[in-house]
Design a protein around this ligand. Structure first.
Ligand SMILES: [Zn+2]
Length: 401
C-alpha cells in the first residue's frame, strides 16, 4: 500500500468539472450546506466568477428565498456579507422505511432535525404505511402556521421512474407498492420515493460540503451495508438512478453474485454480495453458517463489534471476513462504474476499525489496486436512516426553486 492511495481521499478534490459549475441547483445546494456563506466563497468553491453568482443570487434575494446580511465569520478579521436561506416557515417531513425499523422525522432547510419517531416496520406494506401516515399527519397538525414543502421517503429497494412507487424490496418482500399515493396528505405537497442508498448518498454529500471537506462531492459511490447492501451513485454532482426503462433501478449491486452457487438469498438467487458483506450477514458468519445452538442467540452486529473490541478473536475474524468480501464487491463496483471514491454508510460503519484493513487489501489485490487515487472512507451511520429521507425532501424542493 503506497502513500498516495487508500487513506488520502483529499486528492480527488481538485478535479474541475466546469460543465456542472453554473447550475442553479448546485449553487442552492452549496448555500444550504455551507450557510452562512459569502459570494466570494461560493464563486471559489464552484469555480465560477462572482458575477455569475450574483446573477443567480439577486432574484432569490428579491423574491425572499435568500437573505443577505452582515455576519461575523470566525477567524476572519472583518465582518462579511453572507447569504443564507430564509426558512423560518418551511419544513420537510422524511420517512425512512427500513427492513426492521422505520422512522418519521421533520427538518428545516438548515438541516436541523426537529422531531423524530422510530417504530417497528410492519411486514404488511399497508399496515406499515398506515403507521407512517399517522405520524406524518401528527406532525402536519402540530405545525399549522408553517408550510410543509415536500415529503421524502426512503425505501430499501428499486423505485419507478417517477419516484412514486416501490417496485421491489427483497428484504421486505414488498412488490409494486404505491407509496406516494398512500402517504399524500395534501394535493399541494409532493411525496418523493427514493432508494435508501441514493438518499444516503445525498446526505453524505451535504455533510461533507458543510464540513468543507469537499467543494461539491462531484463523483462518488456510496455503499450502504445494513440488513442488505445497496449502492448510491453520484455522478457529476447528481445522483444517478439509471435511464430509460431502468430509471430508478441503478445501484442494486447487493444482489450481484459474488460466490457461484453460494448461500441462498431472499431475491431467489444464490451467492449475492449482501449475504457475505452486509452487517446482517455477520451473525451467520459468526455462527459458522449454522443455526444457533441451544442457549445460543443470534448476535446483533453491534454486539459482534463490541466483542471484537474486547479482544474476542471469533468476532474480530468475522468482521475481517466481512471486510474482505466487502472489498471484493467494491472493487467490482469501481471497475463497473469508473468512480474510484467510495463512502461506506449504514450499521457496518460501527465495525469500521476491524473492517478497514482487509477491505483495502481485497481492493489492492484487484485491478483497481493498480490505479492511483482510489479511496474508501467511512461515512456517518445516521445518514442511512432518517437523514437520507429528509435529504430527499429538501433536494426536491431545491431543484424546483
Ligand atoms: Zn439476492
Amino acid at each position: 500500500m503506497n502513500d498516495s492511495s487508500p487513506f488520502q481521499p483529499e486528492q480527488h478534490l481538485t478535479v474541475p468539472e466546469p460543465n456542472i459549475a453554473g447550475k442553479k441547483s448546485l449553487l442552492l445546494r452549496l448555500i444550504r450546506a455551507a450557510q452562512p456563506i459569502t459570494r466570494t466563497d461560493i464563486a471559489g468553491r464552484l469555480g465560477i466568477d462572482k458575477s455569475t453568482v450574483t446573477d443567480h443570487v439577486e432574484p432569490l434575494v428579491t423574491s425572499g428565498i435568500l437573505r443577505e446580511e452582515t455576519h461575523e465569520i470566525t477567524g476572519q478579521g472583518r465582518p462579511a456579507r453572507t447569504l443564507s436561506f430564509i426558512d423560518e416557515n418551511d419544513y420537510f417531513i422524511g420517512v425512512n422505511l427500513g427492513v426492521r425499523r422505520s422512522q418519521v422525522g421533520l427538518t428545516t432547510l438548515k438541516g436541523e432535525i426537529e422531531a423524530e419517531e422510530d417504530f417497528e416496520t410492519q411486514t404488511d406494506a399497508r399496515a406499515a404505511l398506515r403507521m407512517a401516515r399517522e405520524r406524518i399527519e401528527k406532525l402536519y397538525q402540530a405545525n399549522p402556521n408553517r408550510t410543509l414543502r415536500v415529503i421524502g421517503v426512503s425505501v430499501p429497494g428499486m423505485t419507478d421512474a417517477r419516484r412514486s412507487e416501490l417496485i421491489y424490496a427483497p428484504n421486505l418482500n414488498w412488490t409494486k407498492v404505491r407509496i406516494a399515493d398512500a402517504l399524500r396528505i395534501n394535493e399541494s405537497v409532493k411525496v418523493i420515493v427514493e432508494n435508501d442508498s441514493t438518499a444516503a448518498a445525498m446526505y453524505e454529500a451535504r455533510v461533507k460540503i458543510r464540513k468543507s471537506e469537499d467543494g461539491l462531492m462531484t463523483n462518488f459511490i456510496l455503499v450502504r451495508s445494513g440488513t442488505g447492501i445497496g449502492v448510491g451513485l453520484v455522478i457529476g454532482s447528481e445522483v444517478y438512478r439509471g435511464s430509460g426503462l431502468g430509471r430508478g433501478i441503478a445501484g442494486e449491486f447487493g444482489h450481484m453474485t459474488i460466490v457461484a452457487g453460494g448461500k441462498p438469498c431472499v431475491c431467489g438467487n444464490r451467492g449475492c454480495w449482501e449475504k457475505y458483506a452486509s452487517a446482517a450477514s455477520a451473525a451467520s458468519l459468526y455462527l459458522g453458517d449454522r443455526p444457533p445452538g441451544r442457549g445460543e442467540s443470534v448476535p446483533r452486529f453491534v454486539e459482534i463489534v463490541s466483542k471484537a473490541e474486547n479482544g474476542d478473536n471469533r468476532s474480530r475474524r468475522t468482521l475481517e471476513k466481512i471486510g474482505d468480501y466487502l472489498g471484493i464487491g467494491i472493487a467490482n463496483v469501481i471497475m463497473g462504474v469508473g468512480i474510484p471514491r467510495v463512502i461506506i454508510s449504514g450499521r457496518l460503519v460501527y465495525g469500521w476499525n476491524f473492517i478497514k484493513a482487509p477491505l483495502h487489501e481485497a481492493i489492492e489485490r484487484s485491478i483497481i489496486g493498480k490505479i492511483d487515487g482510489w479511496s474508501v472512507e467511512a461515512g456517518e451511520p445516521a445518514g442511512a436512516a432518517i437523514g437520507g429521507a429528509l435529504e430527499v425532501a429538501v433536494e426536491e424542493y431545491l431543484s424546483n426553486i
